[in-house]
Design a protein around this ligand. Structure first.
Ligand code: ZN
Length: 428
């Protein structure tokens, strides 16, 4: 139990390190974030030049910012990017101006319904600039002149993403994706990064994986689109995938099904049900995280999305209240456990063909009736042989057989490998 508690703490510590970084869809904030993740897993960084065409999109200019502030007539910095990364609208163009309060108001964003929270705003694809602040502070601004400085650069550069592949026995791959573009927001972003990173570490440590696991850390939307555009020749190998986001809060799990349905949806539903943890299953919809790109009709990958409280359904979403106190080490760690269990099941799902399908083959003659282990194990091991032989008609997978028989995928997998050794079964 103590070792488990430490995992959650390590995950939380990663979130703490990443929290202050000024991140956006491109720029040094993303690079610093990926390098920090690279301390924990051997992440490969990719740079895609601005202007690169990726399907219907174009990689935007790179955005970097060194300073942003508002100074009042008394010379006081009343808003300062250094105090909170949410204070400036992400992708703000550079500005240096002296404005009246009225003029300044056109560029301010606040939340009247939550007067002490700073909203998160972006302006990726239209040039503008702005500041975000608490409504309480906005109300306290006196008429007068304000000096406004945004020291940002929008220049040709590149979009950065990170990728890490854990190889498996088969060529088949499973894709895990999380976004890395939000600034100081803990649940909507850092939790997904922490879970993907520590899930990758766990799978690496386990070794001997049946299928490969590819982890991508991408800026949302444009990053996923860029990765897909550059990896079209690899998509045929991807048997399923998962987008992880918003998984550190105290709420129960929400699993959103893939558009095409399939094994990934079934294993998550099984694992969540079996664990008895509060959860709900949602149908696919074309609104949400990067599952939108992975499930688009031309790409067509079976990719689900794991969240806790769904985005937009908690008031802290996209505000400064989604801070480190909104996520917990326990929630982060439990999410890794759920993902690891579901992905382990996913890797065990296969279809076989019975090579001796005319009546039952004679098992005793082949020594297949002396399963090792205790009485119960022996009985289920023997039943697993019969279930595998009976349903391995090329259409039923081990997941189907597990549902029908109540036997675990591990038990069926062991039976399958014994039957393959005896040349009674062959993978499809
Ligand atoms: Zn978001």
């Amino acid at each position: 139990m103590r070792a488990e508690a430490r995992l959650g703490d390590q995950m939380y510590a990663l979130c703490e390190r990443l929290y202050p970084i000024v991140r956006s869809i491109t720029g040094d904030g993303v690079r610093r974030t990926l390098r920090e993740i690279g301390e924990l897993i051997p992440l490969e960084l990719h740079e895609v030049p601005s202007g690169t065409q990726v399907f219907d999109w174009t990689v935007p200019p790179e955005w970097n910012i060194s300073d942003a502030y508002i100074v009042n007539e008394r010379g006081e910095r009343i808003i300062d990017l250094r105090e909170h990364s949410l204070h400036v609208v992400s992708y703000s163009e550079p500005v240096r101006a002296c404005l009246s309060l009225e003029e300044l108001q056109q560029h301010l964003h606040s939340l009247p319904e939550h007067p002490n929270w700073i909203p998160y705003r972006t302006s990726y694809y239209s040039r503008s600039w702005g500041f975000c602040l608490t409504h309480a502070q906005r109300m306290s601004l006196a008429p007068g002149r304000y000096e406004v400085v945004i020291d940002s650069r929008l220049e040709p550069g590149s979009l950065t993403y990170g990728e890490y592949f854990v190889p498996g026995e088969r060529d088949e791959e499973f894709l895990v994706s999380t976004h890395v573009c939000h600034p100081s927001l803990a649940n909507d972003n850092l939790s997904g990064i922490a879970v993907a990173t520590f899930l990758a570490r766990r799978l690496t440590a386990e070794g001997r994986l049946r299928c490969g696991f590819r982890f991508i850390f991408v800026p949302s939307t444009i990053g996923a689109i860029t990765w897909l555009a550059r990896n079209q020749n690899r998509l045929g190998r991807i048997a399923g995938g998962l987008v992880i986001s918003g998984v550190g809060d105290r709420g129960g799990f929400t699993y959103k099904r893939s558009r095409s349905g399939g094994v990934i949806d079934r294993v998550f539903e099984r694992v969540l049900r079996r664990r008895g943890t509060p959860h709900r299953i949602e149908p696919f919809s074309p609104y949400g995280y990067d599952e939108r790109q992975f499930c688009s009709p031309g790409i067509g990958l079976p990719v689900g999305c794991l969240m806790r409280t769904p985005f937009g359904q908690y008031p802290q979403y996209h505000t400064s209240a989604d801070d480190l106190s909104f996520i917990t080490p326990e929630s982060l760690e439990e999410t890794v456990d759920v993902c690891a269990e579901a992905l382990a099941e996913f890797a065990l799902v296969r279809r076989y063909r019975n090579l001796s399908p005319y009546c039952e083959p004679q098992l005793g003659r082949r020594g297949l009736y002396d399963a090792i282990g205790g009485e119960n194990d022996k009985k289920s091991a023997q039943m697993a042989l019969l279930w595998m032989l009976s349903y391995s008609d090329g259409t039923h997978s081990t997941l189907d057989i597990s549902d029908l028989s109540g036997l675990s995928l591990e038990t069926l997998d062991r039976a399958a490998s014994r039957l393959c050794d005896a040349r009674l079964l062959a993978p499809c």
